[in-house]
Structures are given as C-alpha cells and as structure tokens.
Design a protein around this ligand. Structure first.
Ligand code: GDP
Length: 442
C-alpha cells in the first residue's frame, strides 16, 4: 500500500541523510523530492502546495538546521504534518440509542459499496448488532443478488424489491421495515454510475430527502487516483457527507488520493478497505497511515489484526500450552489454518516495520502451497502422533506422506522445524507475549 508515495519519500530522506550537515540549500532539494514524490503518488496539486508550505515553514526554521539529527527532524515534521492533514479521526458510526440508525453508502460503480455493506455488517455483528441491508442499487443488474449472497454469508437480513424500479421507494420501504422490526441499523446500498451524472445525483438527493439518513458515507476506490478526488468533490457538493470509506488500499494504490479526498471533502476518513474479505476493513488512524506512508510500519494495526483472528480465550489457552511445552502439532495446525486465510499473512507483514519486503514472498503460490502441504501432512497424522511427534519413525513418515500426497522429506522437515520451534515458543510465551500484544493495542 502507498508504495510509490513511501518509496519517493524514503529516497528523499535517504538523499538528505547522505549529506553530513543540512543547509538551507540541500534542505530545499530534499523538500523538492518530497513534493515530486507526492505529485507522482497522485496527491492533487493544491494539496501538495498546501502541504509543502506547512512543511517548509517548519523545516526551514532554525530548529531543524540546528538540531543534532536534522534528517530525523525533517521526517518528524513530514510525519506530523501528514497526521494533521489526514485527521481528525472519527471511526464511530454514531449509532442512535433509539430507532434505526440509517447509514447510506454512495459512490461510483465498482468503488466497493456492496462489499463495504458486508464489511460494515461484519463489524456490527462483532458488536452483536444485526443490521438490515437495503438493496437500492437498481442500476447494476447483479447488485441485488450480490447483496443477498452477502446477507446469506453473514446471516444478516436483506430487503429488496426486484420488480420495483424506484430506488427511493425501495429505500423508504426498507427503512420502514427496519423501524417496524426494531433493527438498530439499516444500511442503504445505493446505485453508482461509471462516471458522475445528473441523474445519479438527483436520485441520491431524492433518497437523502425521503429517508434523511443519519450517516452518509462516500465509498471511494483508492486505486483510481485523481478520478476519485474529482468524484468526491461532486458527491460532496450534492450530499452532506459524514465520512469517507476508501477501499482497495491493499493493492498497489498510490495512496495519494486519500490525502486529496480528505482535503477536498473535509469530512473524516472513517475506514479503509484492505481486501475483498469482510474482515478487511480497518478504522482509519492518521498516525498509522502517516507511518505507513513513510514506511515506519504500524505495529498497532498488526496487533489488532492478530487479535481479531485469535480470540482472548484461545490465545490464553495457546500461551499456556506454549509456556508448559504442551503445544502440539495439532495446535500448530489450528494456528496455521487461521493465519493461512487468503491475503492475511501478506497484510500483516505489510504492516510490520521493515517486513513489507516479505509480503510478496508470503503471498506467493509457493508459500501458500507450503502452508497447504504442512496442514495436509498434520491432517494425515494420528492424534497420538500430533501430540508426540517423537514416535514418528521412518515407517510412519512414509505413511503420513502418502496420506497427505506429499514427498516424505516434507514430513521430516515439518517434524524437524517443530522441534526447533517448540522451545522458542516456550520462551516467548514465558516472556509474556500476550501482555506485549495488549500493550501495543493501547
Ligand atoms: P459497487 O459497485 O460499488 O457495489 O462495488 P463492489 O462492492 O461490487 O466492488 C467492486 C469490486 O471491488 C469487487 O470485485 C470487490 O470484491 C472489490 N473490492 C471492494 N472493496 C475492496 C477492497 O478493499 N480491496 C480489494 N482488493 N477489492 C475490493
């Protein structure tokens, strides 16, 4: 994520740190590189100008030139200015204590509205709230069915009227139903067009007038760069937006759009979408994002992600097992199955400082084949073998390999690795790994 923006900024800082002492002259060179890399990352010109003015004023002040580590000082200034233009934060959905809170999602076709309905539902379900989804995208033929599929996957109700051609009426009826059934949240999945047009805007205005949504969120495709900025401006003129959700920031999005959209709309970025799965929605944190842009990594986000997949009780049990040395191959398999979810390892690695470079390796076919083979080999073992791999002799190894459809060395390697790993885990668990994780979350 944000590769080109962070690469550019990194090379800017590298070129500065090569010079022993900063002077006003080479500081300006550095600032020029920062400016160029932001423009290349699709940050709009006016935002860059504004940003550079703020950074230069601070950077060229005596404080930086006189500081002991001027390069670090410059990084700090860019970091804190990034935070300031990306903030303030407001990840709350502002749910009302009574009556359904009406959330309306709007955005261009393909921006990720329907998928985001599912992601928000997942988030709400984690809070024990079951929303009602309303299929009001009557433009895209498959949108209604897509929302029903999501509803079935997440076990949340979906309201649709396949024969009704009037999205305003569908939204109104959906909201009435949510009210009648006492739903706490209703999410309207509205139509998008491939580009902004008057008809779309007037449709959204009519829905807005008819059902008075409590929260209107613009869903923006982070991959589309400057187009995203232009459309955000238009939506913001038509509707009173309460927030922006930027999707597809898991790909090689240039990321600059996020800064520009924030600048153009002036409303908070609520969430970012980092994948196609329902759990790939993160509350937006400017500190983390600024860190990622500067490639400092974001341990907090990684810790949160880890917490999401392994719940408190499971983690405590695992830690106790690790600490006492009772951790078996079966536990190892369960852990692998959790982290082997598509894209998850890569996402977590991308968030760790300095680990971004391993992301591609972990996401490679080779790596996922390796994980599958390991899980397959453990599946082919008896429970006794999983608890006590020492009993696995040559004969058993051959049987397991045959059962899992892998070569025998794969099984030998796995047992060897587990042998090395177990005492390491024991040490880590003894050192209170869970406590450290908790600390990072605070
Ligand atoms: P809509 O037309 O606005 O409802 O868009 P959809 O929800 O159908 O999304 C369009 C495509 O983008 C689908 O293939 C989604 O799976 C994909 N998508 C949505 N959000 C994300 C995201 O955060 N990351 C990635 N990689 N893909 C996404």
């Amino acid at each position: 994520m944000f590769e080109s923006l962070s690469d550019g900024l990194q090379s800017a800082f590298k070129s500065l740190s090569g010079k022993g002492k900063l002077t006003e002259g080479n500081m300006r060179d550095g600032l020029d590189i920062v400016q160029k890399s932001m423009l290349e990352a699709d940050v709009s010109y006016s935002v860059v100008q504004d940003f550079m003015k703020r950074v230069s004023e601070k950077a060229l002040g005596k404080r930086v030139l006189l500081s002991l580590r001027p390069h670090e000082e410059l990084v700090n200034i860019v970091h804190s200015e990034l935070i300031s233009i990306l903030g303030p934060v407001d990840p709350s959905l502002h749910l009302k204590s009574e009556g359904p809170t009406i959330i309306m999602l709007c955005g261009l076709q393909g921006s990720g509205k329907t998928t985001t309905c599912g992601k928000l539902s997942q988030l709400l379900k984690e809070e024990n709230i079951k929303p009602l989804l309303v299929a009001a995208d009557l433009q895209r033929p498959a949108a209604i069915e897509q929302l029903h599929v999501i509803g079935r996957q997440l076990d949340v109700p979906v309201y649709s009227e396949p024969d009704n051609k009037d999205p305003v009426a569908v939204c109104k009826a959906g909201v009435d139903k949510a009210r009648a059934e006492g739903a706490r949240v209703v999410i309207l999945d509205t139509a998008g067009r491939l580009a902004i047009d008057e008809e779309l805007m007037s449709e959204l205005k009519r829905i807005d007038k008819k059902v008075s949504p409590d929260q209107v969120y613009l869903v923006v495709d982070g991959m589309t760069g400057q187009d995203a900025v232009n459309s955000a401006g238009k939506f913001n003129e038509t509707l009173e937006l309460d927030g922006v959700i930027m999707t597809k920031l898991d790909g090689d999005a240039r990321g600059g759009a996020l800064l520009s959209v924030k600048h153009v709309t002036g409303v908070p970025i609520k969430f970012i979408g980092t994948g196609e799965h329902f759990d790939a929605l993160e509350p937006f944190r400017p500190e983390g994002m600024a860190g990622r842009i500067l490639q400092m990594g974001d341990i907090v986000a990684a810790a949160r992600e880890a917490h999401r997949i392994v719940d408190e009780k499971e983690r405590e049990e695992l830690e106790a097992k690790m600490a006492s040395g009772d951790f078996t191959l079966d536990d190892f398999k369960n852990m692998m199955e959790k982290v082997a979810k598509p894209g998850l390892m890569g996402r977590m690695m991308g968030l760790m400082p300095g680990m971004g470079q391993f992301k591609d390796v972990l996401e490679s076919d080779e790596a996922s084949k390796g994980i599958k083979q390991t899980i397959g080999a453990i599946n082919a073992m008896t429970m006794e073998e999983r608890s006590n791999p020492k009993i696995i002799d040559a004969h058993r190894r051959t049987r397991i390999a045959r059962g899992a459809g892998v070569q025998t060395p794969v099984v030998s390697q796995l047992i060897k690795q587990f042998d090395v790993m177990k005492p390491l885990m024991q040490g880590m668990a003894g050192g209170g790994m869970g406590d450290r994780m908790k600390m990072m979350q605070q």
